[in-house]
Design a protein around this ligand. Structure first.
Ligand SMILES: CC(C)(COP(=O)(O)OP(=O)(O)OC[C@H]1O[C@@H](n2cnc3c(N)ncnc32)[C@H](O)[C@@H]1OP(=O)(O)O)[C@@H](O)C(=O)NCCC(=O)NCCSC(=O)C[C@H](O)C(=O)O
Ligand SMILES: [Mg+2]
Length: 268
């Protein structure tokens, strides 16, 4: 869940929201004249704590802005779980942040055409933990109009998930600008989950329920996972790679997927 670090009310509200991570934004959601105050408020929020098991992440300004270096320097040792660097277009951008941040976990926004071309190298940067699709900026850079089906974005979203899996990174889908729990938002959340994203970045509390619904395993997936695990546990199937479950072939690769679903259900 993104929120402007300049918005004290939203930060306070985030401490009780059903989201997995709180991203205090110093970048595009904060006006230039409010940058200093927003940074101070973000540091105070991290010091005050109260975010429970939610990850607390600081989205800094890009290092080629007048605020980026100071944002990163202020984040060190301030109590954040990670720093999210926007407009990453080359691995060097991450290396420059790393020089300031030391060992702090680093997340990267993928939101420029240059980033799409450099994606494998960016994803291979040591210490990177998570990549986040920045679909508003990417659409702006491409000069495209995504529409409800996000058609122009689809190759990029798939590339982001693919590279994340190859490098064992967390992949988060971009935000929807729809501020209510509508069928369009539910469809977009479902699309991101179907593409394999680990979650969706959000901008308003009303988006949390549809996102959590879309990214939680469905009742059907849960039943399927239980059936697959039970089937492979049968002594008759111990030496088999492929078996029949409920009218479908499943292989041992599906057993891994079934175990992953059961683990996620156990954590809900
Ligand atoms: C989009 C908003 C400006 C809408 O604000 P507003 O109309 O004031 O919201 P509500 O009145 O409906 O708010 C109801 C209550 O919920 C709280 N609230 C609202 N948004 C958040 C939030 N993001 N986190 C926590 N709490 C929130 C309000 O404080 C109200 O609380 P209460 O009064 O106690 O009932 C606003 O939602 C907003 O600013 N959203 C976040 C915008 C943001 O952070 N943008 C930057 C990140 S997204 C991005 O940059 C995309 C990416 O880089 C890309 O390129 O795609
Ligand atoms: Mg952006």
């Amino acid at each position: 869940m993104f929120m402007p670090a300049s918005n004290a009310r939203a930060i306070n509200k985030a401490r009780g929201l059903d989201c997995d991570a709180v991203i205090l934004d110093l970048e595009d959601a904060v006006a230039p004249e409010a940058k200093g105050a927003a940074r101070a408020q973000a540091l105070a929020a991290a010091q005050d704590g109260g975010f429970g098991s939610r990850l607390l992440v600081l989205r800094v300004n890009a290092l080629d802005t007048e605020w980026g270096q100071d944002d990163c320097a202020a984040a060190v040792g301030a109590g954040f779980d990670a720093v999210l660097l926007p407009k990453v277009s080359h691995p060097d951008d991450l290396c420059a942040a790393r020089m300031i941040l030391g060992e702090m976990p680093l997340w990267a926004m993928i939101e420029t055409c240059a980033a799409m071309l450099a994606l494998p190298a960016i994803a291979a940067t040591p210490g990177l933990a998570c990549i986040v699709a920045g679909t508003n900026d990417l659409a702006k850079d491409m000069r495209c109009t995504p529409g409800p089906d996000r058609l122009p974005m689809l190759p990029h979203l798939i590339a982001i998930v693919t590279v994340a899996r190859a490098h064992r990174l967390i992949a988060l889908d971009g935000v929807s600008n729809v501020l209510a729990d509508t069928p369009a938002l539910a469809a977009e959340c479902g699309q991101g989950a179907a593409f394999g994203f680990d979650g969706k970045t959000l901008i308003h509390p009303a988006q949390i329920a549809p996102a959590n619904r879309a990214f939680a395993p469905s009742a059907e997936q849960h039943e399927w996972a239980k059936a697959v695990v039970a089937a492979f546990a049968l002594p008759d199937h111990a030496a088999k790679g492929a078996i029949r479950v409920g009218g479908e072939m499943v292989e041992r690769l599906h057993l891994g997927e079934a175990e992953r679903i059961l683990a996620r259900v156990a954590h809900l």
